[in-house]
Design a protein around this ligand. Structure first.
Ligand code: 5GP
Length: 215
């Protein structure tokens, strides 16, 4: 008999680009076998070393719009001039199998999920400082000055949306941040609303039996 509901949890992770959320999530996937990362579609051009089907499904704008029209996305958003979207398929299958599904998405998409699926866990990852974030983005050296400007404009809006999330994790150090995310996932699995009714009933029956024995 299952004592707690085994269904997986939908987990949305957001944070300003460069805050290290992808690295933290990679570490979570490595250390927590009950997690699965959804691969998004995007109309953005691949960065060097990015692999189609692994980092993203890279689509043309037209292909992306076709998928929107077909209703293929759980959510999608336009961010810094490109489309990004979460494919619907596979997610339900993973949740059913007890796997926590992680979506690493920006805030507009996160807010759409919040409207649709309220029992989602929302985690916001912040860099220790914005200067540190700028340093990381400079180090990555993948952005034009204009793209960087757009990202910092978005970051401004993003950090003002943090109160819509359930948890905040400051990414000073990847391993620590990963431990915190895993701790959140464990705590959420222990929520009272995950107790199976049948388990509570069986405990009640046992109490009844014990009382009869003691009487
Ligand atoms: P990047 O271009 O740096 O890979 O991603 C830009 C932003 O888009 C990041 O904040 C990333 O989390 C977000 N993003 C990636 N995939 C999706 C998605 O499927 N939906 C939404 N709404 N945002 C996404």
């Amino acid at each position: 008999m299952n004592k707690l509901k085994t269904r997986g949890q939908l987990v949305v992770i957001s944070g300003p680009s460069g805050c290290g959320k992808d690295t933290v999530v990679k570490e979570v996937l490595k250390t927590n076998k009950d997690t699965w990362l959804s691969v998004s579609c995007t109309s953005r051009a691949p960065r060097p070393k990015e692999v189609d089907g692994k980092d993203y499904y890279f689509l043309t704008k037209e292909e992306f719009i076709e998928k929107i029209d077909k209703g293929n996305f759980l959510e999608f958003a336009e961010y810094a001039g490109n489309y990004y979207g979460t494919p619907k398929d596979v997610i339900e299958e993973k949740l059913e199998a007890g796997i926590d599904v992680i979506l690493v998405i920006e805030i507009q998409g996160a807010l759409k999920i919040k409207e649709k699926l309220d029992d989602t866990i929302f985690i916001f990852i912040l860099p220790p400082s914005m200067r540190e974030l700028k340093k990381r983005l400079d180090g990555r050296n993948t952005e034009t000055k204009e793209a960087m400007f757009k990202r910092f404009q978005s970051a401004y809006q993003e950090i003002n949306t943090v109160n819509k999330y359930n948890y905040v994790v400051i990414n000073d150090e990847v391993e620590e941040a990963c431990k915190k995310v895993n701790a959140i996932l464990i705590s959420e699995r222990s929520r009272v609303d995950r107790i199976e009714e049948t388990f509570l009933n069986s405990l009640e029956e046992e109490i009844h039996e014990i009382l009869v024995e003691l009487n």
